[in-house]
Structures are given as structure tokens and as C-alpha cells.
Design a protein around this ligand. Structure first.
Ligand code: PLP
Length: 400
């Protein structure tokens, strides 16, 4: 079936909760994807950083198919032979003592919220059901009712209330605002080290470090949502490491499975994680042997192929080159590692038409927040491919 037929079917039978570019992808390999017409594109979105390891990475594929032939799901009512190895790999690669596996990112965020609240009641002594969690304007933590409760994006919440109490919102990048919002009932501050969906917003230098200190001084947990920034994307295992910050809990997802299968996790040390007791929380698929095998392989690829170091070096190169491109439309180029955003001026007429023009030239990007084009290719990209994109991007950024 060709592009138009498939689009027509999708629009007729599927809910319209996305506004995708009209490219119908059939196949992918590394940084490249092919549409149903056989046209080849460079993927500069990486499924919102879920395919840091590149599309259909052969060793993750092998782990997946080998495990799928043995057993896929046991439920946590029984143990399986893959989960312990996944835990050990996670601990070795992230430095956190324990983990709790879930599936989607949003579920892991919900898990972290539960754990922070339990910590507030059991350890900090906050009166039951009065815990507060501080979040930032412009955040993106997922789509559940509780999570959209504390979104500042009208579209994500306007018709979905009533909402969940217990959250306070402060400006992003303003550590003092966090300090002022803390009360004796504050359980945690939850933060993205860089706001991806918010438009690749990089907070001022020293912000996260100051927030960490404020949290420590006030007996408040720091939770970093590294679902998008983590696992190498910004040139470190976790973006918080750029400031030497180690959060009490780190939330990961997306690239944890290299794009094969939804796997997410909350990472914390034993002191906090051991607050969960049997029966309090769970997930039918969370920690299943297929997901565990895939995620172990995906983590191994990050390390073995030095993708984190590569993201750091090539990301810096890519950004330097993008900054050099003269354009009447560009307001700012910003980011860290291989997480780069180009913000356009108000007069540019929105980012979408630039994404469509890039699509014509074989580069797939997605606009975020109308005015930002995000460049976040898989971390397996090489310099030659980056150099190929530059004249294309230059042409597009100089359209009428
Ligand atoms: C994508 C994302 C989520 C939500 O993950 P899902 O798997 O879509 O539920 C949460 N936080 C951040 C920072 C994200 O980028």
C-alpha cells in the first residue's frame, strides 16, 4: 500500500491524538529510515530519544528474538532468569543500588511520585496525604491524569480534570523559586535537567546543583526525570552529571530498550527503594523477561559502542556547525550533546514548514512548541552524515 492509502486508513480508523508528518515509515537501520515509497531519510528525532542506539540495532534484535523464543512473560508472581541480570546491569551502569522496572515513562514517573510520597510519610513524618511535590513550568512528564495535573500546557489538560492534589509549580531555571516553595510538607522536587518537550530548554549553569543543595538542606528528595535526557543523549549517562548532581531518584525509559519494547525504571538507593513492600505497587508487564533481556542488551550497546562519549563529541561538533549557519529565521541554537534545538523567530511562520522542507530533503525532524526544531539523531550517527545534513539545513533555514 502506498502513502496516501495508508494515511487515509489511519485517519479514518485511528484517534487523531497526533499530528504526524505525512511520511509513512516501513523500515529502519541505524540512523536511517525508509518510507513505503522507498525514499530514505535521516532520522533526527530518534522517536523522542528512544532509539539512541539506532534503529533495529543488531545485538538488541538478537537479544529480543532469542529471548522471545524462550519465554516472554511470567508476571512478577513468579521470578524469571532475566530480571536479576537486568537489575545487576542497571546497578553497574548507573551507580544506583536498586531499581523498579515499569513499561512506559509515565508509569515510572507515577512510581517515583508514589515512592516520594511514601518516603514523606514514613521517613520525613509529613502528615498522611499532605505531601507536596514541586515541579517546574514547561515540564513534560507524561500523560496520565496525575501527571497532566501539573502540566502548564493547556492543551494537555484543559478537558481532563478533575485533577490530583499535592503539586506546586514554579518557574524552570529559578532555584530560588524552589527554595521559596518548600514547606514542611514538601516530599520532593521533580525536574528535567533539560526540558525536551518544553522546547530543548537548557537551564542556567549551576541550576541543578543549587537545587540539589536546596533539597539536601531542606530534607526534600530530588527526582530527575531523565527519560529523554538520560542514557547518553546529552553526552553523559545522565544529564545531571554535567553538574555533578546525583538525584535521590532518577527516572529512565525511552532508550532503555533502544526502541524495541517499552521499558522504564525508577532508580534509587536501597534506603529509599526498600520503602516499597510487597503488594503496594506493581505492573503485569514490568520486569518481564523479554523487556529485561532487551534492556540489558540496550544498556550494553551504549557502553560497548561508547555512544555516550560519541554523543558528547559529535553533539558538540553538530551544534557548533549549526550555530555557524547564517539564517534570517533563527533566534537561538541551544542544547547539550546530541540534544539540540533551533528556536525560530516569531516572524519565521512556525517550525512545521521547515520540518516539511527538511523532509523533502531527506531529513526527518519534528517541531516542538511551534517555534523549535529539534535535532536529536540516534547516537550512532557519524561525522560524515552530520556533514551531509549541514548544507540541507542551511538551505531550509534560508527559505523565504
Ligand atoms: C517521553 C517522556 C515521558 C513520558 O514517557 P512515555 O513513555 O511516553 O510515557 C516522561 N518524561 C519525559 C522527560 C519524557 O521525555
Amino acid at each position: 500500500m502506498k502513502t496516501n492509502e495508508l494515511i487515509q486508513l489511519e485517519d479514518q480508523y485511528g484517534a487523531h491524538n497526533y499530528h504526524p508528518l505525512d511520511v509513512v515509515i516501513e523500515r529502519g537501520e541505524g540512523v536511517w529510515v525508509w518510507d513505503v515509497e522507498g525514499k530514505k531519510y535521516l532520522d533526527c528525532l530518534s522517536a523522542y530519544s528512544a532509539v539512541n542506539q539506532g534503529h533495529v540495532h543488531p545485538s538488541i534484535l538478537e537479544a529480543m528474538t532469542e529471548q522471545a523464543k524462550k519465554i516472554t512473560l511470567t508476571s512478577r508472581a513468579f521470578r524469571n532468569d532475566q530480571l536479576p541480570l537486568f537489575y545487576k546491569t542497571l546497578a553497574d551502569t548507573t551507580g544506583y543500588e536498586m531499581a523498579l522496572p515499569m513499561n512506559s515513562g509515565a508509569e515510572a514517573v507515577e512510581t517515583a511520585i508514589k515512592l516520594a510520597r511514601k518516603w514523606a510519610y514514613q521517613v520525613k513524618g509529613v502528615p498522611r496525604h499532605e505531601a507536596e511535590i514541586i515541579v517546574c513550568e514547561g515540564n513534560f512528564h507524561g500523560r496520565t491524569i496525575t501527571i497532566v495535573t501539573f502540566s502548564s500546557e493547556d492543551l494537555y489538560k484543559q478537558d481532563f480534570g478533575p485533577f490530583t492534589p499535592g503539586f506546586k509549580m514554579v518557574a524552570y531555571g529559578d532555584a530560588k523559586a524552589i527554595e521559596e516553595a518548600i514547606t514542611p510538607n514538601t516530599a520532593a522536587v521533580m525536574i528535567e535537567p533539560i526540558q525536551g518537550e518544553g522546547g530543548v530548554l537548557v537551564p542556567p549553569d549551576g541550576y541543578l546543583k543549587t537545587v540539589e543543595t536546596i533539597c539536601k538542606d531542606n530534607n526534600v528528595l530530588l527526582i530527575t526525570d531523565e527519560i529523554q535526557t538520560g542514557l547518553g543523549r546529552t553526552g553523559k549517562m545522565f544529564a545531571a552529571e554535567h553538574e555533578g548532581v546525583r538525584a535521590d531518584m532518577t527516572i529512565i525509559g525511552k532508550a532503555l530498550s533502544g526502541g524495541f519494547y517499552p521499558v522504564s525504571a525508577v532508580l534509587a538507593d536501597t534506603e529509599i527503594m526498600s520503602l516499597f513492600v510487597p503488594g503496594e505497587h506493581g505492573s503485569t508487564f514490568g520486569g518481564n523477561p523479554l523487556g529485561a533481556a532487551v534492556a540489558s542488551a540496550a544498556l550494553k550497546v551504549l557502553v560497548d559502542e561508547k555512544l555516550i562519549e560519541k554523543a558528547n563529541e559529535l553533539g558538540e561538533y553538530f551544534m557548533e556547525q549549526l550555530v555557524e549557519i547564517p539564517s534570517p529565521h533563527v533566534k537561538e541554537v541551544r542544547g547539550k550533546g546530541m540534544m539540540i534545538g533551533i528556536e525560530l523567530k516569531d516572524t519565521a511562520g512556525g517550525a512545521r514548514r521547515f520540518c516539511e522542507a527538511l523532509q523533502d530533503r531527506g531529513i526527518l525532524c519534528k517541531e516542538t512548541h511551534e517555534t523549535v526544531i529539534r535535532f536529536a539523531p540516534p547516537l550512532v550517527i557519524d561525522k560524515e552524515t552530520i556533514d551531509w545534513t549541514l548544507p540541507q539545513i542551511r538551505e531550509v533555514l534560508n527559505m523565504e
